[in-house]
Design a protein around this ligand. Structure first.
Ligand code: CA
Length: 692
């Protein structure tokens, strides 16, 4: 089909829906077009393509019979050293993409020509607040506007023709540690955005704004605030009964940092709620409790934001078990009848199928080996929890770890194979309750220091047993149909198409296509990068393209040990493929193909007291990005170059590397404290030098 036919189809549908086709110019996405998105398979108009977030494309020009001829059509270099987590939008032949620091670029979808770029100039200080990289997971479109949410908490509407801001609204209190990494979602004239920061003591909520003006329409908090201040909703009064102590002083968490889905027929919007803040429940809700609506899937009235139902995946969670992961809506044949379901595979390792009208649990089974629970009690819907994983100050080994059995990397559902495709990881982590916690200072309340021997044993076990695979999951039978193992965890998000294909970027620095029905690998291309984002597909002038952002980074690169420092990576790129594509990536720079030469660390120079103080300060301020005990992370600080040692105080206190995400800590660390951290890092570098 030609583009003219797509346009005619869109116009006809708009007439059917009783509305005009909308304004002039690009990205004229409206409710009628999104409702009938399958009539325009060449478009990718929303983060998950459709309101139901299936990430399935009806396009079949590229298919299992010809995917061997897939080649690069064009590529665009992305000027960043950080992770690329976004799926672009593709609307009427234009690709809209977003990268770290929320730079938005519009490309001609056929040629890659840049049409415009917009830089929201996010203040670099926000880099320090992002637990898991300064990423952005996508954009939304509505009636000639492209919406981007910034790391600093702004929601900005851009003119899709020019990239110029139309309106901008601050959605968070910048005196608190909020960040936004998720994609906005637009439905029926409203644009919805959540936020992140549940590692930093914030209280989660989502807000709906008028897509035309930016005026706030409704806001829904996910966890209760101080009862003395009055509850914002009946739902918060209900939730408060499940918290104990003075939980509000520590924020509570429950941020909606990624997934939102929408059912226009039921007029419900589904939000996925994150982990508690702080992590350790003892420090958050001293007398225990389920702590609603942490780790829950919540259905809200799309017009008012009023609570309709919830399902809590992990009551009283304290392992960073977010339920923010993707929620796919589909109609499945279960028990001889059609059920309107919502499917989620959250971090905790259970694949949930819920009735999306009522929130009733239909089924839940493990999709990865885990030890925190042995199953879900179908009568109560509650997990059968392993009591040994509740932690005090003695560390316990828990599976999955905070990275989750499945994280933000998108999954896809094919209505042709009736399978869900998702990247799965087997992970382990040691958790212990911190000896002390001060809500005014924040932090996790969970400790990774002071139990060296146990931690080393746990780390060794976790390293030895950690792995990943691409899983095809049958949601009706609740069992795996096939899997493709990968050499280590870290592969990317998924796209499924009517061409009987599943596409995924791999930790082996390739982009690959598999048969959707059997998992047979049909095509693979080295791409000099790890595409952790999910691909999309679209057409221009009747020709099908596959697009994926390829840029290693994100949470796994932040917190894991340095197994990944051996990846030889080019700069991130947007890669676009088509049948018979002949574009070639430039060769990797020789310097990036070598294991970097390590400089021996300076001689230990701090007193035992300084090193010990530095260790505590490191754990509180640095470990989230630079790894527990300075192992790995976004930069392995055991391997600082001489000039980095020289510039240490400039970097830590004066923001010398803020553009890379390393903002100044001058407001929380004194020069003596920064020096103590430096002494600690030198001690760590010397301790580990022989085993480098
Ligand atoms: Ca978290």
């Amino acid at each position: 089909m030609t583009r003219a036919v797509w346009r005619a189809g869109a116009a006809a549908l708009a007439l059917l829906a009783g509305s005009a086709a909308g304004g002039e110019g690009p990205a004229q996405v409206d409710h009628a077009r999104l409702l009938h998105a399958d009539a325009e398979p060449g478009q990718w108009m929303a983060p998950g393509r459709t309101y139901d977030e299936q990430r399935f494309s009806p396009l079949a020009q590229i298919n299992a019979g010809n995917v061997q001829r897939l080649g690069l059509a064009w590529y665009a270099d992305i000027n960043t050293e950080r992770g690329m987590e976004a799926s672009p939008l593709a609307i009427d032949g234009v690709l809209y993409n977003v990268q770290p620091w929320n730079l938005v670029t519009a490309y001609d979808g056929k040629t890659g020509k840049v049409l415009w770029t917009y830089d929201p100039e996010v203040p670099l200080r926000f880099g320090r607040l992002a637990c898991c990289d300064i990423v952005s997971r996508g954009l939304a479109a509505w009636k000639g506007k492209i919406y981007v949410a910034t790391l600093g908490g702004r929601l900005i509407a851009l003119d899709a023709a020019t990239g110029k801001p139309v309106w901008s609204v601050l959605t968070v209190d910048n005196s608190k540690s909020y960040t936004i990494t998720g994609a906005p979602r637009v439905f029926d004239g409203k644009v919805l955005i959540g936020n992140g920061g549940a590692e930093m003591g914030v209280r989660g909520y989502v807000t709906a704004y008028d897509a035309e003006t930016g005026r706030q329409i409704w806001r829904w908090h996910t966890v209760p605030g101080n009862p003395a201040a009055g509850f914002e909703s009946a739902a918060m009064e209900l939730a408060a009964k499940t918290w104990t102590g003075e939980w509000w002083t520590a924020g509570g968490g429950g941020t909606v940092w990624d997934s939102v889905s929408y059912d226009p027929a039921l007029n419900l919007v589904y939000v996925g709620v994150g982990n508690g803040s702080p992590w350790a429940r003892d420090w958050r809700s001293a007398g225990g409790g389920d702590n609603l609506f942490l780790a829950s899937i919540v259905a809200l009235d799309a017009d008012t934001g009023d609570y309709r139902w919830h399902y809590q995946t992990t009551p009283g969670e304290e392992w960073d078990y977010t339920a923010t992961q993707q929620m796919i809506l589909a109609d499945l044949q279960i028990g001889g009848r059609t059920r309107k379901v919502l499917m989620q595979a959250p971090k905790n390792g259970f694949f949930y199928v819920l009735d999306r009208e009522t929130g009733e649990l239909i089924s839940a089974e493990m999709f990865a080996p885990i030890n925190w629970a042995s199953g879900i009690d179908k009568a109560t819907g509650r997990p059968i929890e392993n009591p040994a994983v509740r932690y005090g100050t003695t560390p316990v080994l828990v599976s999955p770890g905070a990275g989750g059995a499945h994280n933000w990397n998108p999954m896809a559902y094919s209505p042709l194979t009736h399978l869900v495709y998702l990247p799965v990881t087997e992970t382990y982590m040691g958790y212990a309750k911190a000896e002390s916690f001060d809500p005014a200072k924040g932090g996790l309340g969970t400790s990774f220091t002071g139990f060296e021997a146990e931690r080393d044993a746990i780390t060794r076990y976790a390293d030895a047993h950690s792995r990943g695979w691409l899983s095809a999951w049958d949601p009706v039978r609740q069992r795996e149909a096939w899997r493709v193992p990968s050499p280590q965890k870290g592969s990317g998000g998924v796209l499924a198409t009517a061409g009987n294909l599943v596409f995924e970027g791999t930790i082996g620095q390739t982009f690959a296509a598999y048969r959707a029905d059997t998992g047979e690998k049909l095509w693979e291309m080295p791409v000099q990068q790890v595409p952790i984002a999910a691909p999309i597909t679209y057409t221009v002038d009747g020709e099908q393209y596959i697009a994926v952002n390829a840029g290693w980074g994100g949470g796994l690169a932040h917190v894991e040990r340095s197994a990944y420092t051996q990846l030889f990576l080019s700069k991130p790129r947007l890669l676009v493929f088509k049948l018979g594509g002949t574009a070639k990536l430039p060769p990797m720079p020789a310097a990036s193909m070598q294991v970097p030469e390590l400089s021996p660390p300076p001689a230990p120079n701090g007193t035992a007291e300084q090193v010990s103080r530095g260790e505590q300060l490191y754990a509180a301020n640095c470990a989230l990005c630079h790894g527990v005990a300075a192992r790995g992370g976004v930069k392995d600080l055991r391997h600082m170059a001489p000039e980095t040692h020289e510039a240490f105080l400039d970097i830590v206190l004066r923001g010398a590397r803020a553009r890379n995400g390393m903002a100044s800590f001058a407001d929380v660390l004194t020069p003596a404290e920064a020096e103590a951290i430096h002494h600690y890092l030198i001690a760590r570098a010397n301790a580990d030098w022989d085993s480098r």
